[in-house]
Design a protein around this ligand. Sequence first.
Ligand SMILES: Cc1cc2nc3c(=O)[nH]c(=O)nc-3n(C[C@H](O)[C@H](O)[C@H](O)COP(=O)(O)OP(=O)(O)OC[C@H]3O[C@@H](n4cnc5c(N)ncnc54)[C@H](O)[C@@H]3O)c2cc1C
Length: 413
Amino acid sequence: MNSEFDLLIVGAGAGGIGAAHAAQKEGISYCVLEASHRVGGRGLTEALAPGIPWDLGCHWLHSGSINPLAAIADQHGIHYEKSDSSRAFYMKGSRLPEAQQQSFSNYMADQWQIVQQSAASGEDRALAELINYDSPWAPYYCYWQSLMTSDDVDQFSALDLVNYQDTDENWPIREGYGELLTRHAKGLTIELNTRAEKIDWSGNSVRVTTNRGTLQSKRVVVTVSTGVLGARDIEFTPELPLPTQEAITALPLGCYNNFAMLYDEPWPFDSDTPGRIDYSNGDDVNFAFKLKCSGWPYIYCAVAGRQARWLERQPIAESEHLMMSALVDIFGTDFKKKIVRFKASAWGDDPLVKGAYSASRPGQSHQRSILAQPIAEKLCLAGEAASEQAFCTAHGAWQSGRDAVSKLLNPVS
Ligand SMILES: Cc1cc2nc3c(=O)[nH]c(=O)nc-3n(C[C@H](O)[C@H](O)[C@H](O)COP(=O)(O)OP(=O)(O)OC[C@H]3O[C@@H](n4cnc5c(N)ncnc54)[C@H](O)[C@@H]3O)c2cc1C
């Protein structure tokens, strides 16, 4: 390994890959240091069965029409669905009639308006404070919102939701988002199994000590999660500036896990079964199911916040029981026999991430821009948490990596 660079990049997730492409374009010498044996970070595609990919992490190209990774997917021959499946709400197993579906949609729209009004008046409150709990839709709303930020409604800022640039187009990637990131990383200079342990930015250049030796660079972009930064898994000398440390604390990772239930083909549902099902028992069991995820024979579901943390600590049979009970409620007992494999991710337990994605604490949504500020013109944090308008996403991380390179190469004096 070379030992002196114009730029070192720590982490080869979407943020690190974005930063590396920017460095390559600038023609500077760079190297990405990645602790694990693979690229992609929270983008990870595995085989659910031979020839059937599923994503343990990111899967949807959010805000599809303005998502820069859509064009990159096109370049790599990766497919994504632009149209969304039909959707229906099932309450305690019964599909709701149209009027009640409409009542649910109205509730969601009203809640969004309340959140926007709060943001417009300059408030930065916990979403929990803005919810109309006197509605039968409230439990499902809380579940759904926890998926947006990977934490519970009392834990995150409603203003952060408004800051997110959402076109309401979420395009699932057929071959997997992890696969897209892997293909996009081909040809970049990346050292795998290379863990940054210490970053010394006290001198003119920056020294990065890894498990494979020490490297020197004019600048460093660090794209590890706020979970890893908050756990102080990397020692900075001197310590990071106080505002940066506060930003890390204000933007912790929540928990969010994906679940896949593989079924025997042929398609086991009636032709009028919707592609997406919102399920609620009216209380604490709420799930969003996608029945034929990206055209593959598996049902997708996700869980976030405290429930995800709790389920991650239980045997996987607990998650399977919860989700299968809801599906049996909808489709009847025989349905159980059709499921041949049940898989779950476990991001809270991943030592190189330590959670899912960053949820801004109430009152703290301004911290994203502080996190992204270059330090002494030679160090810059990047990754999803440092994105001001596309946080919690892969494309936000990717863009933030690119922006970090640009800020370090073109400092504002
Ligand atoms: C279950 C789940 C579902 C999601 N769904 C979506 C979705 O549908 N669409 C979407 O856009 N986003 C989604 N996201 C969010 C998206 O995956 C992340 O925002 C994005 O991938 C984060 O990229 P990153 O580069 O910021 O961080 P990471 O992907 O965490 O990359 C950081 C890298 O740093 C490495 N690292 C850690 N410590 C060290 C060290 N000391 N030295 C060197 N390397 C180190 C890690 O191994 C990792 O590869 C989802 C996330 C999860 C968990």
